[in-house]
Write a protein that binds this ligand. Sequence first.
Ligand code: C2E
Ligand code: MG
Ligand code: MG
Length: 593
Amino acid sequence: MTHPVTLAARHSPRREADATHAAVSQAVLDGVDVGILACDTSGQVTVFNRVCREFHGASSDGSMTDQFAAARLNLYRADGMTPLPFDEMPLGRSLREHEVDGEMVIAPVGLPVRLVTYQGRAILGNRHQVVGAVVVMRDVTEQRAAERRLRENALRDPLTNLPNRLWLFQATEQALREADATGDSVALLFVDLDGFKLVNDDYGHARGDQLLVRAAERLRAAAVDGEPVTRLGGDEFVLLCPGLPSTGRAHPTDLARRIISSLSQPYTVQGHSVTLSASVGIALADDAGLSAEQLVGRADAAMYAAKRAGRSQWALHSGETVTAARAAARIEKRLREALEDGSFEVHYQPIHRLADRVIVGVEALSRLPDGEGGYVSPEEFIPVAEATGLIGRVGETVVRQATRECAAWKQQLGGREFSVGVNLSVRELADPLLVSRMTAALRESGLDPQALVMELTESIFSDSAEHNLVLDELRALGPQLVIDDFGTGYSSLSYLRRFTVDGLKIDRSFVADIANDRGRWVTEAIVAMTLGLGGFVFAEGIETEAQLTALVGMGCVLGQGYLLSRPLPAGAMTALLTAPPRRPAALLTTPPR
Ligand code: C2E
Ligand code: MG
Ligand code: MG
């Protein structure tokens, strides 16, 4: 918006030049987007540009002096409350102090309130005497508001509108310092939704987000003493309980129970009822000088422990939980990477017919490369896979690879009897996709279902009706069911009468003990019982010739162990199966002379 400039009517070259000059100056002054005002030594305003007029709501042809006077009434200090005292007016100060800057608020009646910054300078004549002053003003209202919004947003999670991680760390730090001073304690509750990932996968992220918002509401309602609920990210929330016990709030474990019960009520997603559970880790700041980061880390570790203990539980932090949780978190990361980039491996341990040592099958054993040329033991990563819900993907990878490779080996062996065993974790039975995964693996590989052996541990034979249903469905696919590590579980022989299993695998601890009378008797009894029930018996962990001979003597037909072969990568297994038959042992054992 430019201000019309009126030229003087009388024509004299000098006057005309002056008028042109004034018009150009005015046009320049009005063209800029900062407020500019100037005065002479008496304080009489000589420049009051367009932006200034807009700040003050002055019409373009108003008297500057009057405007200036009127505007004075609408000036406030930067707090927006204290009217600006006369001796703080920027022009006057510039005349006196030569260089000034500051902020003030302009709040003319009926116009938007503006926050402006100003810079004022005295104007010096050719003898360095002050001849006036000029002030430049910038409107920073929007900029400051945006900055404030940014600051607030930086502390808030946009989805749930809960305070975020940054806020949590700041508030926890403050609560800890206060607790140090008062001798109180601070607790953090780390909440993680169990199985949320499945919802995201099954219903999509938008529905997943809705569920998170719903969970956030429930958490806020559960925090009856007004404990702040924050969202750390994903499906992780943290509640802060400061000032324990002096604030008289409920014990954190009560809060944890309330949270678990509230979060496990069904949710409705897309008209479907979805049930989730939650695991809660509690950390109490019991030593002074703890940082917020340490306390959050402890609560996280305790949450992990709660998950490992079977979900839908709470756990209190202790020294061991931290170490265990750190190790588990490392393994989880490695496992995700390996499943993602295809570096997860399946090895095979041959199963021999003990009498003639012919290989009649293999057991598939999963192998997680540790990134340093070795492997993380399944004893370590299977529990982590179970706790994190990754066991489904592990199982799928193993069964697809195992059935495919077994089908190829069977073909190479010309249809000779050959089977592949896969281990099934109890947790997998709870996975609704298990049966369809098995069906797909069998179909895609073309493997005769009879050649697939499912190794289940005794804990699978619980009284859980759901498990039994899944077991029936699995059995209907045609594979053989075998009880693994028999004798180590929480054994109740009654299930052997109720369930039809095709065989038992004697745990290697019995085999290791076979040289002792007691070990031998127990093993003999297990073999006799299984044969009596019409099943077949495997022995695992055969490490010596003596063990093998003893097992054959008892009627144990099949076995595996380091004596016969260690688990091998698929390539080595193929080589072993297709190698020409070994020469009779007698020829090889010519004693050295
Ligand atoms: P398991 O099913 O009882 O497997 C036999 C374990 O004994 C294997 O350990 C094998 O390497 C080991 N072994 C074989 N012969 C001998 C021997 O002569 N002496 C000794 N001391 N050990 C021997 P691994 O591969 O470390 O697997 C450990 C366990 O992890 C397995 O025990 C199984 O329960 C579980 N596991 C392995 N892979 C999977 C999998 O893909 N899914 C599930 N759910 N569990 C698995
Ligand atoms: Mg096994
Ligand atoms: Mg075993």
